[in-house]
Write a protein that binds this ligand. Structure first.
Ligand SMILES: Nc1ncnc2c1ncn2[C@@H]1O[C@H](COP(=O)(O)OP(=O)(O)OP(=O)(O)O)[C@@H](O)[C@H]1O
Ligand SMILES: [Mg+2]
Length: 364
């Protein structure tokens, strides 16, 4: 895994800055931000964002002792965000808190999270730092308003052989191209949960795009996730690699397969959803904090309650639906033809694009 990244070698001037920033980031994760960043210089937007999303210890909320904190964590209420949006009765039920204590803890969590309003110009400023990753096929770039956005999660879902993993291989190469070629000029992290990563395919696509397959391969860091806990741990660990190797794209193929095979019974559904939710929140944080593209694939199931129209629905229900900012439904056409349907985007109209999956990858 610890290969030298040739992006670092090329841009030696930037290395100095990045190393310095890396140190700050490490400290920010481990120590109290308030104590470490007492400088007179105004905080940058990134620093403010980091402070905002830094996980806070729920044991510090008023009335929450170590035992209650443990019980809350065990039930999935492991962050200020989770407490802030909980109802008092939920906390009473899972941690045996008094109702008054629960209300106080919820209020304290809400106050400290700054859950209020933000002026639109600040949001616009943040959105200006979003980069776009071209897919390498014009029809698809057009469908997505110029490519896949950084700072949020993009999901493709569809049946087997609909082309989900092929998109991943294609993006492994595209992400490494320079910005003027539609890329992000960065490395790739690939969390493979189904043992379906195929370097041979990445090599074929690289050749077609006129880049050296060996160089491309050196900048794809692949980890096989053996179960859902491992998958979540790898996502946490990705933070270090992202900083170290100038990673601009994080792929999870597939997001849900491990969760789906581990939590099978109806009774386990809420546990599964809670864990998936935690996983999605972390992916979202990584996307925002490091300005990376997070690209996930998802399987589908057939819904027996839909009598008219397409009964296909993505796995993961509302948890995945809400966390993925952009969702694309992939279908197989005849031969190499594939159809991509933009199902959900906060800023683009729904639409469809036809493209092909060939030896050369995802092409028009
Ligand atoms: N070398 C190739 N040349 C042409 N087409 C290929 C090549 N490799 C794969 N494909 C096409 O891609 C399909 C497989 O797509 P992909 O692996 O992306 O499926 P998937 O959506 O990830 O499915 P699953 O849910 O099983 O993971 C094959 O059926 C084939 O049509
Ligand atoms: Mg696949």
């Amino acid at each position: 895994m610890a290969k030298k990244n040739n992006f670092d070698e090329k841009e030696s001037e930037e290395v100095v800055d990045e190393t310095y920033e890396d140190d700050l980031e490490d400290e920010a994760f481990e120590q109290e931000v308030d104590d470490d960043f007492k400088t007179d210089a105004p905080k940058t937007e990134e620093e403010k964002l980091k402070e905002k999303i830094k996980p806070k210890d729920i044991g510090k909320l008023p009335g929450i002792g170590p035992t209650s904190a443990e019980k809350l964590r065990g039930a999935g209420y492991d962050s200020y965000e989770a407490i802030a949006v909980a109802s008092p009765m939920e906390l009473v039920a899972v941690a045996g808190l008094g109702e008054g204590t629960a209300i106080k803890a919820i209020k304290a969590a809400r106050d400290s999270l700054d859950m209020g309003f933000e002026s639109a110009d600040k949001i616009l400023l943040k959105r200006k730092t979003i980069s776009r990753l071209s897919i390498g096929a014009e029809s698809l770039d057009e469908l997505l308003g110029g490519g896949i956005e950084s700072q949020s999660i993009t999901e493709v879902y569809g049946k087997f052989a609909s082309g989900k993993s092929q998109w991943c291989f294609q993006l492994c190469v595209m992400a490494q191209l320079p910005k003027d070629k539609g890329g992000l000029g960065g490395a790739v992290l690939y969390i493979d949960t189904e043992n379906s990563f195929r370097p041979e395919r990445v090599a074929q696509i690289s050749k077609h795009l006129g880049v050296d397959p060996d160089e491309i391969m050196k900048n794809i860091y692949v980890a096989r996730a053996y179960n859902s806990n491992h998958q979540m741990l790898l996502t946490e660990k990705s933070v270090d690699l992202i900083k170290e190797h100038n990673v601009k794209l994080l792929i999870v193929d597939s997001l849900t397969s491990q969760f789906r095979s581990e939590y099978t019974g109806r009774g386990q559904l809420s546990d599964r959803q809670q864990k998936l939710n935690q996983h999605m929140r972390l992916l979202q944080k990584v996307a925002e904090l490091y300005n990376v593209v997070v690209f996930v694939t998802n399987q589908v199931m057939s819904r027996p309650d839909i009598l008219f129209g397409d009964p296909t629905d993505a796995i993961g229900g509302n948890v995945v639906k809400h966390a993925s900012k952009t969702r694309i439904y992939l279908r197989k056409g005849t031969g190499s033809k594939r159809i991509a349907k933009l199902v959900d985007s906060p800023s683009l109209p729904d639409g469809e694009a036809i493209y092909n999956v060939t030896e050369n990858g995802v092409v028009d």
